[in-house]
Structures are given as structure tokens and as C-alpha cells.
Design a protein around this ligand. Structure first.
Ligand SMILES: Cc1cc2nc3c(=O)[nH]c(=O)nc-3n(C[C@H](O)[C@H](O)[C@H](O)COP(=O)(O)O)c2cc1C
Length: 251
């Protein structure tokens, strides 16, 4: 199938995404960051609640501390700027407080709303930044120590750090990681598991070839092996308590 004629500049950019973890020493001008944030704000938001905030960390000492709290990821120190994306119900408390109406914020539904809003905002943010030639990487590692991250950034109750993101001028250029075959993702009219076995076998071969021939960090692994290992352990079980301390009781 010749789909080339449908590949717009935007689609090309998105299909060429790869996480960048090594950066030059170049800074990102503040005016560009402002435009990137405005583009991110263009993301759809559930009921227009805009339940997110972004903390931009440029202070080298704070970046070093955040790196330490995120499993010592060097990229946080090396990137000229590190962003922490937060699900935010605090501003809505101010908004609703103007009208003396008690706010019912701490439901599982509102928790989902704020995480979805934050994620859509973040992906728009990265795409906009990539369109300007920057590269970056999400950092879920901040959830290793969410309380310490929260304290370091002075995040109040109802504001939760969800993930970070390094951003800068790329100092590496590796291959795009092949995604799952379309047929494993795109279902028509109803969901089916019918082809998963075959598609996962197919994907394991593609994934193994990609990793074997990769210019950096080559390894002999399949995707299903990687997932089996990843899901063999419970991760970040402290999150439930942390979320509760932020005031989300999730009923
Ligand atoms: C929410 C989230 C958290 C992530 N956390 C980390 C992280 O802490 N460290 C890291 O090196 N990569 C992290 N990644 C990047 C993923 O490993 C990467 O997106 C994935 O392997 C696909 O590779 P690609 O982005 O180059 O296509 C994270 C990605 C997401 C979406």
C-alpha cells in the first residue's frame, strides 16, 4: 500500500519520534519555551478543566537533586532544562472557591481527568519542541521518590508530579524504535485477541532485529521477553499512599 502521499510534515515528525537522552550545551531561549507551552495548551482538555501545571527547572542544583531522586539519570543534569508535569486540582480549588461552592475533587474520575489532561498537554509539548529541532525524554523516574520531588518543587496538596521531561538540542541520533504492528492496535467495530499470538511473534522478530543491529545499546531480546521481565515485579507500590497524601482518595 502506498501511503506516502498521506505523510504530511506533522505526521512525518510524529512517526520519527525517538527519545533523546544526550544533549549539547545549547540553551533553549525562553521565548521558544513560551511558544512550546502555548502549543501544549492547545491540547484538548476534559470539560475545559486544564488540570495541569508545568514546573520548569533550570537551577543546576535542583536538577542534580532531581536526577538523584530519579535513579541518578544523567540526562536530567545534562539537559539545559528539566520539566516536571503535574496533575493539578489546586488552581481549580481557587476557581471554584471564588463562588463559595465546595469542590468535589477527590474522586477516581477527577484523578483520571487530571492525569489524562496532563498527558495530552505533555505529548503536545514534546511534539511542538521536536518541530523546533529539540529532543527530549519523559522521565517517569521522578515517581521513584514522589514526595521528595514534590517537596523540592514546593508542590501543594492537590498537585501531583506525574512525570518529568528532559529537553535540549540532540547530541545523539539513533534509529526510530519500531512500534507494534498496526493490526495489533487498530480494531474495527469490536475488540479481538484473535491475532495477538501471530502478531506478537511477528513483532518479536522485528524487535529482536532492531535491537541486534542498533548502533548503541545493542542486545538480543524480544519485546514479549522484555515485557515479561518488566511485569514480573510490582513497581512503585508507594504511589497509592502518595496519591492519598495529596488529597486524592479515589472513591
Ligand atoms: C511516562 C513515560 C515515562 C518514561 N520514563 C523514562 C525514564 O525515566 N527514563 C528514560 O530513559 N526513558 C523514559 N521514558 C522513555 C521510554 O523509555 C521511551 O519512550 C520508549 O522506550 C520508546 O522509545 P522512543 O521514545 O525513543 O520511541 C518514559 C516514557 C514515558 C511515556
Amino acid at each position: 500500500m502506498d501511503n506516502q502521499k498521506y505523510i504530511t510534515e506533522t505526521i512525518k515528525l510524529m512517526q520519527n519520534h525517538r527519545s533523546i537522552r544526550k544533549f549539547t550545551k545549547d540553551q533553549i531561549p525562553k521565548e521558544q519555551i513560551v511558544e512550546i507551552v502555548k502549543a501544549a495548551q492547545g491540547a484538548a482538555t476534559s470539560n475545559f478543566v486544564q488540570a495541569y501545571s508545568l514546573v520548569m527547572v533550570t537551577d543546576p542544583i535542583k536538577k542534580e537533586q532531581l536526577s538523584e531522586l530519579s535513579n541518578h539519570q544523567q540526562q536530567i543534569i545534562d539537559a539545559p532544562v528539566f520539566f516536571v508535569f503535574c496533575a493539578d486540582m489546586k488552581r481549580l480549588e481557587f476557581a471554584t472557591g471564588k463562588h463559595d461552592i465546595p469542590m468535589q475533587y477527590d474522586t477516581l474520575e477527577n484523578f483520571i481527568v487530571s492525569i489524562v489532561d496532563t498527558s495530552l498537554f505533555a505529548e503536545n509539548f514534546l511534539t511542538a519542541a521536536e518541530s523546533l529541532g529539540y529532543g527530549g525524554c519523559y522521565i517517569g523516574g521522578i515517581r521513584n521518590n514522589p514526595k521528595q520531588v514534590s517537596d523540592l518543587l514546593n508542590l501543594p496538596d492537590k498537585v501531583m508530579p506525574i512525570f518529568g521531561m528532559t529537553l535540549g538540542v540532540p547530541a545523539e541520533n539513533h534509529e526510530v524504535k519500531p512500534r507494534l504492528p498496526i493490526d495489533a492496535i487498530l480494531h474495527e467495530n469490536e475488540y479481538t485477541t484473535e491475532n495477538y499470538q501471530r502478531l506478537l511473534d511477528q513483532y518479536d522478530d522485528i524487535f529482536r532485529d532492531y535491537y541486534k543491529t542498533r548502533t548503541s545499546n545493542a542486545k538480543d531480546m524480544t519485546w514479549t521477553q522484555t515485557m515479561a521481565t518488566f511485569f514480573s515485579q510490582k513497581k512503585r507500590t508507594h504511589m497509592k499512599e502518595f496519591v492519598e497524601t495529596k488529597g486524592f482518595h479515589l472513591y
